[in-house]
Write a protein that binds this ligand. Structure first.
Ligand SMILES: [Zn+2]
Length: 234
């Protein structure tokens, strides 16, 4: 958030010889301190070896992406706003991109940001669409009900029906790997063809039979596609 406040600035930092203060203020949240050597930073950003970065510097998109990638800094809770047009544009350019390219990674992040904004808005906590438990949103992923790589572009654009939150504590993997599925009535069900250990059984027992609130007329075909992909007998 950015704002101007002369009185607050004066109170915090005083004034210079001309009675001016530093009234352009911005607020930041979720600060994470990281320790990166000049040497490493210079290499990543392509600066000269002996360059010493000073003060606050805002990096352009390309440099930022490089840093995000190499230092694994990206944090989806930052909620980068992405417009619907930007989302469409991002998706249409994704298919042809080189998957190891930093540009591709940046686009995938943009897609993720859009979907996360759509599902979570500004909420810090949200419920998993499978187990129904509440989680901090960094413990939830925006899962494609029909596996993303099997979706057509139109299906990916149907974001209101194709994605739902799933928790990293188990639901995401169990669904993705076909241990559990959502049946034709919208209830969470167990795939009996999968090997079930005691731990998995403990996890899934309270979930099986629950109604999935993301199941509806529009999304049912995507749940069905997932059932078909895993060749689950229902
Ligand atoms: Zn869950």
């Amino acid at each position: 958030m950015k704002f101007n406040n002369y009185d607050l600035a004066k109170n915090l930092w005083g004034v210079d010889e001309n009675n001016n203060t530093w009234e352009n203020i911005y607020l930041v949240t979720d600060i994470e301190m990281i320790d990166v050597s000049y040497d490493r930073l210079n290499k990543i950003l392509g600066y000269k070896d002996n360059y010493v970065i000073q003060g606050l510097q805002v990096l352009d998109e390309i440099k930022s992406n490089k840093l995000f990638e190499v230092l694994e800094l990206y944090n989806y809770s930052l909620n980068e706003p992405v417009s619907i047009d930007d989302y469409k544009n991002t998706l249409s350019n994704l298919e042809n991109a080189d998957k190891l390219d930093t540009e591709y990674m940046a686009r995938r992040r943009k897609e993720q940001s859009f979907l996360r904004n759509y599902l979570f808005g500004n909420d810090k906590y949200f419920e998993c669409g499978i187990c129904g438990e509440k989680f901090p949103i960094d413990m939830l992923i925006t899962a494609h009900i029909k596996k993303r790589s099997y979706c057509s572009n139109d299906e990916k654009l149907d974001y209101k029906n194709i994605v739902m939150p799933m928790c990293k504590l188990g639901c995401d993997d169990l669904y993705e790997k076909g241990y559990i599925f959502v049946d034709g009535s919208g209830n969470i069900s167990l795939n009996r063809d999968r090997p079930i250990t005691q731990k998995i059984s403990q996890y899934v027992d309270p979930i099986i039979g629950k109604r999935c609130k993301y199941y509806n007329e529009q999304s049912s075909k995507y749940f069905k596609a997932n059932v078909d992909r895993h060749k689950i007998e229902v």
